[in-house]
Design a protein around this ligand. Structure first.
Ligand code: DC
Length: 242
């Protein structure tokens, strides 16, 4: 039985990671959340004073690109498995930073970091290496277009911005975040959509041969069933042409 590469791309907060993780466990593949990798670089930049909002009222940011480029050479991003939950946890130079990279500060600054060509180059290279042996489900924005254009299954996931903002709101609420503003979250979702799909290098774009999965009105079970059907068909096709 051939092992394949599954590339799952789509807008932020559309449940990509949850479904990608579910599929990987269901079929025994490795799961890689590439958004976590861009978030980890963002945390590194924040900690080292290499990125800041220009003013409190201004959403534009200042980045010390020269320093970040230099220091990025020594940044190692990896994942470890939580032994109890079996969930992957992102690490920055060996330190588990999973919770830190999910907060609003990193969420608000990650898109400009992900738009930097030298950041994308480093992470794309690492991601390609992770998929050398296939048997991998990777989710992100450019997996089907730039990281694995040869992937046997490409899925483009989407949902309306309002549905996505409400999901994010509930997710943060469940984590105990007290000062939540739905409109701020919606604005963050819309801003990220804009930056992710308008950047020069590898913007978010549906690959020509990707299958679209709009989950605005789907339950998790319905969505997972559609995804598993897509996977089974892609594996059958790969086996037939082997
Ligand atoms: O999926 P996420 O929300 O955790 O992604 C965080 C940010 O990283 C988001 O602004 C898009 C960006 N990203 C990217 O540009 N390319 C990827 N392959 C994955 C994420």
């Amino acid at each position: 039985m051939n092992r394949i590469i599954v590339a799952i791309d789509g807008h932020s907060s559309c449940g990509k990671s949850t479904m990608a993780k579910w599929l990987a466990r269901e079929v025994g593949y490795i799961y890689v959340d590439t958004g976590a990798m861009y978030r980890t670089v963002t945390l590194f930049a924040i900690r080292n004073g290499l990125i800041k909002n220009k003013t409190d009222n201004d959403s534009s940011v200042w980045i010390d690109e020269e320093q970040l480029k230099k220091q990025l050479k020594d940044v190692e991003i990896s994942f470890v498995l939580n032994q109890e939950t079996k969930q992957p946890l992102a690490c920055l130079n060996g330190e588990i930073v999973e919770d830190l990279i999910r907060g609003m500060e990193v969420s608000n600054l990650v898109s400009p970091i992900a738009a930097l060509p030298f950041v994308r180059e480093k992470l794309t290279m690492q991601q390609k290496q992770m998929g050398e042996k296939k048997g991998i489900v990777m989710d992100g924005r450019d997996i089907g277009t730039a990281v694995f254009p040869q992937a046997e299954l490409k899925v483009f996931v989407t949902a309306s911005a309002e549905v996505r903002a409400m999901r994010r709101f509930k997710e943060l609420q469940e984590k105990g975040d007290q000062n939540l503003d739905y409109n701020e979250i919606l604005k963050n979702v819309q801003e990220r959509d804009y930056i992710d799909s308008h950047r020069d290098v590898n913007p978010l774009r549906q690959a020509d041969d990707a299958l679209v999965l709009d989950n605005s009105n789907l339950t998790k079970e319905e969505q997972n069933k559609i995804l598993l059907d897509m996977f089974t068909q892609a594996v059958d096709k790969a086996n037939q042409s082997a």
